[in-house]
Ligand binder design. Structure first.
Ligand SMILES: Cc1cc2nc3c(=O)[nH]c(=O)nc-3n(C[C@H](O)[C@H](O)[C@H](O)COP(=O)(O)OP(=O)(O)OC[C@H]3O[C@@H](n4cnc5c(N)ncnc54)[C@H](O)[C@@H]3O)c2cc1C
Length: 567
């Protein structure tokens, strides 16, 4: 498409050297031993290839896997610019990136540049191989993940986003693509005047920005996340029509853990996620208290790994599709989606977690994404580098956000409603905050007004004395407690007074009578007031609201699912 060619050319946003020449090329493009190639070959066919053959075309949905035995293959990003060479594969190296595991369309064209011989496996044969051969799985998965990391870092892929740092929709799309691990190149109208000229020339009005150009061929103006997912083929290969053993609603840590255990134990599992995999944890800059990561891990990395792991074992994960209703009076259960379709399931795991409570402030929505943020990741930090910011909240998520932002912002006001932090925040975070001179704790203080024109410009807060003062601050991070995502259940299962789902021993006889519990046995530990419907993670009443407990509950729920399916 002309606009993509022109935009990339004008900004010089073109990959310079092929990835196979990068410093970490050995991680991305390892060579297989001849014994490994022989094992792989036993799963597929071996055939000759001729110079000029196109083995895979960009956008192709059924993507095979190749190991090169002789010859040379060029990996090319198809673009209006002409071909961009991304990598050159040599004998004993192999093709593929994470898209293959995710069953998404190919982002690159693979073309034979020197005749030779390849081992070819279908996507399903390759998938079966990595599930059964641990040694080859380690080599392949490691390379695929490193390739994807490099593609995301370099913005090498099939999507070009043109947006503005002042636009909430731009931030939403950047977050959506990033949290889905989808590589994209970003051009900012505010920083690069040439891009504005280009949009004018192509008659794209400023109100139509952000625009997303997919595969150099389709331009989406101010697209929704669902439109992006549909266009980039995130859900293209998911079959909605067959009866699933288990449908998992929500793709946060609890839902992804359930998916890993369900699929690795042979259940036909589908995860339905209304936004991006990772849930709340995906918006954490650094999780330091999760076992096995002594220096911490970003929520995005944790989610990315869990996502790939669940897919490796064969779970399907549907992105940007919300569940709107659960038909639970009959078996199989019916899970209704926001596109009007419905999926049948023999068991259901509810892992819809919680979302931040929004303070009741006039015009809050006007500034969401344009000065008001609900997560503090690298992306939001970039928007307020060197500025003064406010973080609201007294729990761990607020503490983490303050510590993380203190690396890049000038000054942080941590606004807390109570008298101190010690009652609600882990001690290690309180200590770090106290040791960071740029963080000022303001107890018994709350925001009373937000002002600005298109972007937040000024904040008024009331302190413990009752005095209201005005401050020229353009960024507010709201981390003020969570409420359960259970509105969509329409009374299907028993909830506690705060809207969290009751399970196992928390269910009273009254709850069970009201929902006509039909079995002799009582509900199992994570079972709701409906047999075969389970709840795990933050959405469950009594859960301790930590990544580890969400992952633990998601994992053990599968043993209860097996029992319910056998009944
Ligand atoms: C900024 C931040 C930092 C944190 N840091 C830490 C930390 O350092 N250590 C720690 O242990 N914990 C931390 N937590 C808490 C931790 O992230 C949560 O306890 C954990 O994510 C809960 O996992 P979950 O899967 O139960 O729910 P969630 O993470 O809330 O995931 C639920 C998922 O369900 C999806 N969903 C909701 N409704 C629907 C629907 N109707 N249809 C389909 N999908 C739906 C949501 O989009 C979401 O992706 C932090 C939380 C935040 C917000």
């Amino acid at each position: 498409m002309d606009i993509e060619r022109a935009a990339l050319r004008s900004t010089g946003a073109i990959p310079s050297t092929p990835l196979t020449s990068a410093a970490d090329a050995a991680l991305m493009f390892p060579t297989l031993t001849s014994a490994q190639i022989t094992r792989i070959a036993s799963h597929g066919i071996t055939r000759s290839v001729t110079q000029g053959d196109v083995l895979i075309e960009g956008g192709q949905t059924d993507v095979p896997f190749f190991v090169l035995k002789a010859g040379e293959i060029e990996v090319i990003r198809p673009s209006g610019l002409g071909d961009m060479l991304i990598a050159v594969l040599r004998p004993s190296q192999f093709t593929g990136d994470v898209s293959m595991i995710l069953r998404r369309p190919a982002q690159m064209r693979l073309s034979v540049s020197s005749s030779g011989e390849v081992v070819q496996l279908s996507r399903d044969q390759m998938h079966a191989l990595i599930q059964t051969d641990a040694e080859i799985s380690e080599v392949l998965m490691g390379a695929l993940i490193h390739r994807r990391i490099a593609m995301v870092a370099e913005g090498i892929g099939d999507a070009l986003l043109i947006g503005s740092g002042r636009s909430a929709a731009t931030l939403r799309i950047k977050e959506f693509l990033t949290r889905n691990g989808h590589p994209f190149k970003y051009l900012d109208l505010d920083r690069d005047p040439d891009v504005q000229d280009l949009l004018d020339r192509f008659h794209v009005d400023r109100v139509e920005v952000p625009v997303l150009i997919c595969r150099g061929a389709v331009m989406l103006k101010r697209p929704t996340n669902q439109e992006i997912a549909d266009r980039l083929g995130f859900n293209a290969r998911i079959d909605k029509n067959h009866l699933r053993d288990v449908v998992i609603v929500g793709g946060g840590p609890a839902g992804l853990a359930a998916a890993v255990y369900a699929s690795s134990e042979g259940l036909d599992a589908l995860v339905i996620e209304s936004s991006s995999p990772g849930g709340q944890a995906g918006s954490s800059s650094n999780i330091e208290n999760y076992l096995g990561f002594p220096t911490g891990i970003s929520g995005r990395d944790l989610a990315g790994r869990a996502f790939a792991q669940a897919q490796k074992f064969g779970a399907d994960i549907m992105i940007a599709r919300g569940v709107t209703n659960l038909v639970c009076e009959r078996q199989p259960f019916g899970v209704s989606l926001d596109d009007g379709t419905s999926i049948q399931a023999r068991a259901v795991i509810i892992a819809t977690g919680a979302r931040y409570r929004k303070p009741s402030l006039a015009n809050l929505e006007l500034f969401e994404g344009a000065g008001v943020y609900y997560s503090a990741t690298f992306m939001e930090a970039q928007l307020c580098t060197g500025d003064e910011v406010i973080v609201v909240g007294g729990a761990n998520s607020a503490g983490q956000a303050a510590v993380f932002l203190s690396r890049t912002v000038r000054r942080i006001h941590l606004l807390v409603r109570s008298d101190n932090l010690s009652g609600s925040m882990s001690r290690y975070l309180v200590r770090r905050i106290e040791e960071t001179p740029s963080i000022q704790i303001r107890t018994r203080t709350e925001i009373v007004a937000l002002q600005g024109n298109g972007h937040l410009e000024r904040v008024e807060w009331r302190d413990g004395t009752g005095e209201v003062t005005s401050h020229e601050i353009r960024h507010v991070f709201l981390m003020t407690g969570a409420e359960a995502n259970t509105g969509w259940l329409n009374g299907c299962v028993a909830l506690d007074e705060k809207g969290f789902i009751k399970t196992g021993p928390d269910l009273t006889q009254q709850d069970l009578t009201a929902s006509q519990w039909p079995l002799e046995r009582p509900p199992s530990l994570l079972e709701t007031s409906r047999p075969g419907v389970f709840a795990v993670g933050d959405v469950r009443c009594g859960n301790v609201k930590r990544v580890a407990s969400a992952v633990g509950e998601g994992s053990i729920a599968i043993s209860f699912v097996h029992r319910a399916l056998a009944e």
